[in-house]
Write a protein that binds this ligand. Structure first.
Ligand code: ADP
Length: 457
């Protein structure tokens, strides 16, 4: 390990903070985690060498306090900050403050974060780099009329998207010109509430697509590599529920997509781990860039499982100046990740915080479970409801499916409602088993909730 990285501040919580602390320990780097008053019992507190309470439960008073986090990093003698995902992981200002304090930021430059964080600008950069984008308006919308004209020219439905978008927020389908004004104002309200920015742009709505994304990694010496792709087409409200690797793609498409992703990352001098997201039209096979996430993704383990590359460790290695030339891998087999959340599928996935009276995690061949939870842990109501990521590996997709059924059967949680039963249901659906589902698959089941009331064992 380069001696520039001795102690790391983990500016996050939950399973990703545990994951980062593990990678640091494997590399002989000390770590300091932070926790809010509501998180003193989370496993990420003990996973690090020490942990600092940074404030009350509300994220705005703890995990989102840039100055305080930089102060804690300095006061505890850290020389780097890992932001995880969510919270401040794609916050240009935080990345800048960390750099200004003389600390290493485990991620790309503030400029790359800012360019890709503006989704309209990211489209422009992609176009300039010869990356295919979904047909859409150039820049942000300056009038309702521009959106109507785009719809008339390219055909409705169109998709309104927030410039600052993320987590599917501020994204709305418009079926015809008449409904545009009301839907636009709803989308703007939602975007303003979520991001403090109501700027919108328009894309053609592609009705039958798969979401395929490429994992990239860049070092400080100008090298960017692609580590293959993940298919994240099982989505609820434009948010991922299950992810897998590899995607079912012709070899040539995979190769081109990976090269395209590297070209885009190079265009912004990318450093660290990032993900270039595409939509693949199932009817034509064409692929289109939608956005780049400038951080580690929730679903990174499926890539780790088939490549054998520890992506979080590599984030730390490149932050310490190591070269990617030392990275070798040969992808093997298949992997799937199931997001186990404290949500109730029978009540339209309403959050279900509370005490985990039973929490038994599966294991055995091909099973990995990343979690910050344990029996007796109280799931706080303030944050994301992710309890665990169940990651299954196998020789091929059917072995993964079979092992996933076994692992989900062993996964026992009581005290809160979870999505375990939902995943069991999914693993019996012909479209999912055949791999023919598109991103609209779950939305097509208006009655998913009631179907799931029938407990699957
Ligand atoms: P966010 O940043 O909010 O996550 P993305 O641009 O990454 O938004 O898109 C999230 C999901 O929304 C995609 O995986 C896909 O399912 C859907 N989506 C986005 N753009 C389009 C489009 N032009 N046509 C159809 N579906 C889309």
């Amino acid at each position: 390990m380069a001696d520039t990285l001795r102690r790391l501040l983990i500016a996050n919580r939950g399973e990703i903070a545990v994951r980062v602390a593990r990678a640091a320990r494997d590399l002989g780097i000390e770590s300091v985690s932070v926790h809010s008053a509501a998180d003193g019992d989370s496993r990420h507190v003990d996973a690090a060498d020490r942990s600092v309470c940074i404030g009350p439960a509300a994220a705005s008073a703890s995990y989102l306090r840039r100055d305080l986090l930089v102060h804690v990093a300095e006061a505890t003698g850290c020389d780097a900050v890992h932001p995880g995902y969510g919270f401040l992981s794609e916050d240009t200002e935080f990345a800048r403050q960390v750099g200004d304090a003389g600390l290493a930021w485990v991620g790309p430059s503030p400029e790359a974060i800012s360019t890709m964080g503006d989704k309209a600008e990211a489209r422009a950069v992609a176009t300039a780099a010869g990356v295919p984008v979904v047909p859409g308006t150039e820049g942000v919308l300056t009038s309702e009329r521009a959106a109507v004209e785009f719809g008339r020219e390219h055909g409705f439905p169109i998709l309104l998207k927030a410039r600052a978008g993320g987590g599917g927020k501020g994204m709305r389908i418009v079926s015809d010109a008449d409904e545009l004004p009301s839907v636009l104002s709803l989308a703007r309200q939602e975007a303003a509430g979520a991001f403090g920015d109501d700027s919108m742009y328009v894309e053609r709505y592609l009705p039958r697509v798969r979401h395929v994304e490429v994992q990239v990694l860049g070092d400080n010496h100008g090298t960017v590599v692609a580590l293959g792709e993940r298919d994240c087409s099982v989505q609820r409200r434009h948010q991922k529920v299950v992810e897998e690797a590899p995607a079912d793609l012709p070899g040539e498409t995979r190769h081109q997509m990976c090269q395209t992703a590297v070209r885009l990352a190079e265009a912004v001098d990318y450093r660290g781990a990032g993900t270039v997201e595409f939509l693949v039209d199932v009817d034509t096979g064409a692929y289109y860039f939608i956005e780049m996430n400038t951080r580690i993704q929730v679903e990174h383990p499926v890539t780790e499982e088939i490549t054998g590359v520890d992506l979080v460790a590599w984030q730390l290695r490149v932050a310490a100046g190591e070269r990617l030339a030392a990275l070798n891998y040969e992808p093997r087999g298949n992997a799937m990740e199931f997001r186990i959340t404290a949500e109730d599928p029978a009540r339209n996935f309403a959050p279900s915080p509370g005490r985990l009276t039973v929490f038994e995690v599966p294991d055995g061949p091909g099973v990995r479970c990343d979690t910050h939870c344990y029996p007796g842990y109280v799931v706080p109501p303030y944050y994301d409801s992710l309890l665990a990521k169940l990651v299954i590996r196998g020789r091929d997709r059917s072995e993964v499916v079979q092992r996933a059924r076994r692992a989900l059967r062993e996964f026992r949680v009581q005290g809160v409602a979870t999505t375990v039963g939902f995943h069991q249901w999914l693993l019996e659906q012909p479209e999912f088993l055949a791999g023919t589902h598109t991103t609209g698959y779950l939305a097509d089941f208006a009655g998913t909730g009631s179907m799931l009331q029938e407990e699957v064992t």
